[in-house]
Design a protein around this ligand. Structure first.
Ligand code: MTE
Length: 309
């Protein structure tokens, strides 16, 4: 991305969330059974099942996940979203689903999530800038929603759009960016069970800086594919435009699969810095498809991933 990485946070001063491991043990214990929602006075807890797709790697702390964000609608520095995203109204919220679907409509968020199986998906998350985290998302498979609205046979791609509301998202007043933020997936990528629409993390509603109330998470792709605060989903026969590809077509491709062998034109993608390790922590090797090759490599059989970066 075309800005310089800023390290204004002192990771050493952040403390892990101690109650989390207890909750994880409870989740593991109940296996596939849903937990009953526990309602705290401030933040709604979300009942979710454990998932076989979750990694055993140690999740980053809530403090790390919510204070080091990319959400350009609120500014370009990593601390801007935590500072400004509280301005965003997320209720009411609706998602316009259209294009090549049987049941187009402007769906209230409550309808979008009605009857879905909420799962906790602990995923590695690799940003194209070279940092990574492990995030315990709560969400459901994107395929569930697409199947519910009925994908028509001509559909080959899914386009996503973020809310455009400059009065609440101050950086949308900047003409530097082609707002609204848009992203896209090929239909088979969208239907892969790893692709989720997330409504929360750490068992609670999605913090606004992480893309409340509904965001995409595609763990084998660079983080910018995981579009936040979605208000539009459109099924298309043609590949849709995407924000970072519009901004820098030779730096950010449509596919943007995590790939240690294909460097960004201005830096290597061979290794990454896991947030929370402290400033002296060694970088770790980046894995092909961010370590999700067993689940997704076959989607790209026969494709040259240097050309289709
Ligand atoms: N979605 C919107 N609408 N606006 C953004 O600026 N940034 C992307 C992605 N989704 C972005 C977005 C980038 S570059 C990354 S790395 C991830 O969100 C960051 O997600 P996180 O802040 O939850 O870690």
């Amino acid at each position: 991305m075309t800005y310089r990485f800023k390290t204004s946070l002192k990771w050493s001063s952040l403390t892990p969330r101690m109650d989390y491991m207890n909750r994880r043990q409870v989740l593991a214990g109940v296996g596939a059974m849903a937990l009953t929602a526990m309602v705290s006075p401030s933040v709604a807890k979300i009942a979710a099942k454990a998932s076989a797709f979750s990694t055993d790697e140690k999740p980053n702390t809530l403090e790390e996940i919510t204070n080091h964000n990319n959400f350009y609608e609120f500014g370009t520095s990593k601390s801007d979203p935590a500072q400004h995203a509280h301005q965003l109204t997320t209720d009411p919220w609706s998602v316009k689903i259209g294009g090549l679907v049987d049941k187009p409509g402007n769906y209230d968020l409550a309808d979008v999530v009605k009857g879905v199986d909420m799962e906790e998906r602990i995923y590695r998350f690799r940003c194209v800038e070279g940092w990574s985290m492990v995030v315990p998302w709560i969400g459901f498979e994107l395929a569930t929603l697409l199947n519910r609205v009925g994908v028509q046979s001509g559909a080959k791609y899914v386009a996503f759009e973020t809310l455009h509301r400059p009065e609440e998202m101050p950086f949308q007043n900047s003409p530097q960016f082609p707002w609204p933020y848009v992203e896209g997936l090929r239909l088979d990528e969208a239907m892969n069970p790893l692709s989720i629409l997330a409504t929360g993390l750490y068992g609670e509603e999605m913090p606004k800086q992480n893309g409340a109330p509904l965001r995409l998470v595609v763990p084998w792709k660079y983080g910018f594919k995981s579009i936040k605060s979605i208000v539009g989903i459109t099924l298309l026969s043609e590949m849709p435009p995407t924000t970072w590809n519009n901004i820098g077509p030779n730096e950010y491709g449509f596919y943007s699969n995590v790939n240690p062998d294909v460097s960004h034109p201005r830096w290597s993608q061979a290794s990454e810095r896991r947030l929370g390790g402290g400033i002296f922590a060694k970088r770790q090797p980046t894995l092909m498809f961010n370590g999700y090759g067993d689940e997704v490599a076959s989607l790209y059989d026969g494709m040259d991933l240097r050309v289709n970066y």
